[in-house]
Design a binder for this molecule. Sequence first.
Ligand code: NAP
Length: 256
Amino acid sequence: MITASTFRLDGRLALITGSSAGIGLALARGLGQAGASVVLNGRNAQALSTAAQMLRAEGLTVHERAFDVTDADQVKAQVDAIESSIGPLDILINNAGIQRRGPLHEFAHSDWQDIMQTNLNSVFFVGQTVAQHMIPRGRGRIINICSVQSELGRPGISPYMATKGAVKMLTKGMAIDWGPLGLNVNGIGPGYFKTELNEKLVNDPTFSAWLTNRTPSRRWGEVDELAGAAVFLASDAASFVNGHILYVDGGVTAQL
Ligand code: NAP
């Protein structure tokens, strides 16, 4: 029987990468409000500590682990340490991501490497390491943050689109390979949300006008509006949801 408790996450431990700001922080708050203990992550320890203090002041149980998700050795050491010193991870949200804009014919190779490392390689590094702990337990939830750009393109962001398209297919691949071992792996595809990553677009009135007109809900998203999807996918209510990408985009991907 489905009740409100089916959606609760009490007693669960969640790692959310890139959660010192923006969408990751909002997802951490949402999972925490649903009862989970959360491990915040980011590279800047000071920003992480500020975010953790804010969530603790709201009554949530929060741990902090500063590490770079693009460094496979750091990822392994930190995930192993979380498992041994905090507890077994029930939920992973691969959220850390960056944007690099520019004409494709002039796009610097170093920017290409950065965006691939951060948006795609990290999903494999963190996902694989956490899955190695979850698989022997026969359960676990992994949520990869995709994008409307997993489906639809825009000028000047081809490398970002390539990463997010790949994360969508990696999500399906993880579900195919790890579903038989008890894991549920799904994605969330956010539309446009006002965060630091989108600062340039937020400050561009022409883009904002185009976007709101292009979006059936006629506005930008608020980061808190992503939390329900994450709580659902992490909860018992989503026990048979696997390999799915849930777009939270005000309808952008529905309309040509
Ligand atoms: P944001 O506000 O720029 O926050 C990014 C977070 O990731 C920060 O906490 C940052 O902290 C962390 N981070 C970046 N690189 C990292 C690394 N190598 N290792 C560990 N942490 C790292 O970005 P956002 O807008 O919330 O985006 C979050 C995710 O949602 C991304 O995957 C993005 O592609 C996706 N998304 C966003 C939107 C949107 O509208 N904003 C739409 C679709 C998808 P440090 O800098 O301290 O490391």
